[in-house]
Design a binder for this molecule. Structure first.
Ligand code: GLP
Length: 261
């Protein structure tokens, strides 16, 4: 795992967007894993700019989202399909048929989860998986006690997640209590992981996710097992990191980051 600290949320999101853009230019057939949440909105806004201003081409790529609420139709403005279409997919030149989210309306949810895993395999796995970080340390909707080898399945949302995401619903009582999420094991199989966290309210959980012991109580700690995971944070979210000076040095000096400086 490596940690990159940027001065603020705009710079951190810009770096994430530029990494995605570089991977997409190197491989137009990229299989891109996407995430939702407020943090990602800046990344998608930046990708839109790169598409409009620099012709970043999404026409051949395939996308897989991490998760979707159970019981919300794609047309529901609270669904993650709606979020993705609104913030990115309908605004760039991706072929919508190549964009995938679990179907939270499926009559057989277990079959839907198995089918999602099969589809990811059919595309030979995910090249680059984008990840946000929940307040309790989840990736996707892998709530506390998610097995580190878990696969795509239905998860009951924890009280912390319900509280964190309720303000996004017009009527908080209408918020689904369950979601389909890629498992921790599914996420760990992506060839590259990029986690973005910004803001001081994420500082404590970032420190536990990155520098704390691996535990199923905080599914993001499993990323420490991943051979190629980059955690990108702004200075506010880096507030609890013991190794911050070392991480800052890495970005300024390691040749890998030269194109982004
Ligand atoms: C939701 C998503 C997570 C995401 C989290 C972060 O819970 N299921 O995948 O990491 O939001 O949310 P925010 O960026 O709004 O803090």
């Amino acid at each position: 795992m490596e940690v990159i600290i940027r001065p603020d949320a705009a710079a951190a999101s810009d770096l994430v967007a530029r990494i995605i853009a570089r991977e997409l230019r190197a491989n137009p057939h990229l299989v891109l894993g996407l995430a939702t949440g407020r943090t990602m909105e800046r990344v998608y806004a930046r990708l839109l700019e790169l598409h409009r201003e620099e012709g970043l081409d999404f026409s051949l790529c395939t996308t897989f989202n991490l998760d979707e609420y159970v019981g919300l139709a794609p047309s529901d403005r609270h669904s993650y399909r709606h979020y993705m279409n609104h913030h990115l997919l309908l605004q760039v030149n991706v072929d919508l048929r190549n964009t995938h989210l679990p179907d939270g309306m499926a009559s057989d949810l277990d079959a839907e989860c198995l089918g999602y895993e099969r589809l990811i395999k059919k595309f030979n796995g995910i090249d680059l998986q984008l990840l946000g970080l929940g307040r309790a340390g989840h990736i996707g909707f892998n709530e506390p006690l998610s097995a580190l080898h878990s696969r795509t399945r239905v998860k009951a949302l924890s009280p912390t997640t319900l509280e964190q995401n309720a303000p996004l619903f017009r009527d908080a009582s209408a918020m689904p209590r369950r979601a389909i999420t890629m498992g921790v094991g599914t996420i760990l199989e992506s060839r590259r992981c990029l986690l973005l966290a910004t803001g001081k309210e994420k500082a404590a959980i970032v420190a536990r996710a990155v520098e704390g012991p691996i535990t199923s109580m905080i599914s993001a700690t499993a990323l420490q097992l991943h051979p190629r995971c980059t955690v990108i944070v702004d200075e506010s979210a880096a507030g609890g990191l013991e190794g911050a000076d070392y991480y800052r040095w890495l970005f300024d000096n390691e040749p890998e980051w030269e194109p982004y400086r």
